[in-house]
Design a protein. Structure first.
Length: 316
């Protein structure tokens, strides 16, 4: 089986590229990435085809998708605050970019398209857990671009019979997720700060909750979806219904890092949702054999990776 990954030099994409190259049924992996937030070093040791370029470039997409069976579309500008600062850039990369990917998938003969949407589409809807049939209420331009992503997949299924699967990723963490940029996610940011003996920044009072999923678990679901060619035009939450407050993350990090966490509070950020927890029934029906990695184990693996990065092996 031959797989193309957009955004394959990023955090999730490079973990997926690694998992797929180790799979006996996957014979070829090709990645397209413009390296806007990803890094070549993430995939440098992998036996894959890499094309440096933008998903807005139809010719490059045709080159990468030629002969493939499926595409996992992960390329996006992935941050809420970034989209608040520059909504048009997020729209172009995430919404228009998805449309380009879908068009190229059609031109390539009707590839199976699996794409990353986001739990941020639930936004201001306060109901928990988040079931896919809840009314969406995006609170940021980023969330709108992700709603467009999943809606386009559904529309291409209905209009052109394209086999699609839009996932709503919740908060994904694990090795490969870097902390050294302005839009870093909370787990790598807090672990890195703690390893460097610096205080962690808590936006708001820290009682906001998140449903974290280990990146290895996400890759197992994506691999299973590719191999069994799961098609579902409705969005599917990719998280397991676990919920932890940010303050409750602190003891987990302290145990794994063997270091006390010091914290400082800042005002809550615009566009951030307060609580997040997936209803995972649709996911569990489609993927009955996938079990999530427990948070303690995932945090240990993440601390190990970040410790190596901080101590000197940080990929560039
Ligand atoms: P990431 O920034 O590490 O990866 C995104 C990759 O896409 C990067 O390598 C970047 O260089 C590439 N890219 C961006 N714009 C591009 C373009 N126009 N053309 C080609 N490549 C481009 O982020 P990630 O955390 O690995 O996220 C992967 C996907 O999952 C994104 O679509 C993101 O919105 C989604 N997602 C992630 C999370 C999470 O918790 N990490 C949560 C919800 C959704």
């Amino acid at each position: 089986m031959k797989i193309a990954i957009t955004g394959g030099a990023g955090f999730i994409g490079s973990n997926l590229a690694r998992a797929l190259t180790n799979h006996p049924k996957i014979t070829q992996v090709r990645v397209i990435d413009n390296l806007s937030t990803g890094h070549k070093a993430n995939i440098a040791d992998l036996d894959i085809g890499f094309v440096e370029g933008d998903i807005q470039n139809a010719e490059l997409l045709d080159q990468v998708f030629r002969g493939a069976d499926a595409v996992v579309h992960l390329a996006a500008l992935p941050s809420v605050p970034r989209s608040v600062r520059d909504p048009l850039a997020s729209h172009e990369a995430n919404a228009t970019g998805t449309l380009q990917v879908l068009e190229a998938a059609r031109r390539a003969g009707g590839l199976h398209v699996i794409a990353a949407s986001s739990s941020s589409v639930y936004g201001a809807n306060p109901r928990l857990p988040k079931h896919e049939d809840l009314i969406t209420a995006p609170m940021s331009p980023y969330a709108v671009t992700k709603l467009a992503t999943e809606a386009y997949l559904g529309a291409y299924h209905h209009s052109f019979d394209l086999p699609v699967l839009p996932f709503r990723f919740f908060n994904i963490y694990g090795p490969g997720q870097r902390a050294d940029h302005a839009y870093a996610a909370v787990i790598p940011k807090w672990i890195s700060a703690t390893l460097a003996d610096e205080p962690v920044t808590v936006y708001g009072d820290g009682t906001q909750t998140r449903d974290f999923t280990y990146v290895g678990t996400v890759c197992r679901v994506l691999t299973d979806a590719l191999l069994r060619r799961i098609v579902e035009p409705r969005p599917v939450n990719l998280a397991f219904g676990t919920r932890i407050s940010l303050l409750d993350l602190i003891p987990e990090i302290e145990t794994a890092a063997r270091h006390r966490v010091r914290r400082e509070h800042m005002p809550a950020r615009t566009g951030d949702v307060l609580h997040s927890q997936a209803d995972s029934s649709r996911l569990r029906t489609l993927f009955p054999t996938v079990a999530p990695m427990p948070l303690e184990e995932g945090i240990f693996a993440t601390v190990d990776w970040l410790r190596d990065s901080v101590v000197g092996a940080a990929p560039s």
